[in-house]
Design a protein around this ligand. Structure first.
Ligand code: HEM
Length: 118
């Protein structure tokens, strides 16, 4: 490849390649229990120009999720399966926004908690 060539990878397609992934279209977080699977995901790019914020993003994602679980009680708004299809946009929005009910837990300073939530 000549020097200075710009190489653009289609990460979207790589992440959905059935030769690399079992049932690539299904939401199966347990797939990453298998050794080596996590190394096949490239959300932050690769090489010298990969995302310098990857470490911060990894830490923040865990912290954000844990804070949401620790500080709020969550309930579904219906018994229908959650629509996991993606919409269009740079930040990977869901096609149908996720709707859920939440209530601050007592430890988060909420004293107005229903008994069945305790
Ligand atoms: C989930 C969160 C994030 C994702 C998925 C993400 C993803 C990416 C991707 C795919 C690139 C392009 C890499 C390439 O060209 O190969 C990039 C670049 C970059 N990201 Fe992130 N990023 C995230 C969070 C962050 C955060 C938190 C920061 C800063 C605090 C950040 C700063 C940057 C910068 C400065 C670049 C340009 C690097 C360069 O061109 O040399 N990103 N990011």
């Amino acid at each position: 490849m000549p020097r200075g060539t710009m190489l653009v990878m289609n990460v979207w397609a790589i992440h959905r390649d059935p030769e690399l992934w079992e049932e690539p279209q299904r939401f199966k977080p347990e797939r990453f229990d298998k050794e080596g699977e996590a190394q096949k995901v490239m959300p932050f790019g690769l090489g010298r120009r990969s995302c310098p914020g990857a470490g911060l993003a990894h830490r923040l994602m865990g912290l954000t999720l844990a804070s949401l679980v620790q500080c709020f009680e969550w309930e579904r708004v219906s018994i229908e399966q959650i629509d996991m299809r993606e919409g269009k946009g740079v930040t990977m929005p869901k096609k149908e926004p996720l709707r859920a009910m939440c209530r601050a837990r007592v430890l988060a300073g909420n004293t107005n908690v229903r008994k069945d939530f305790l």
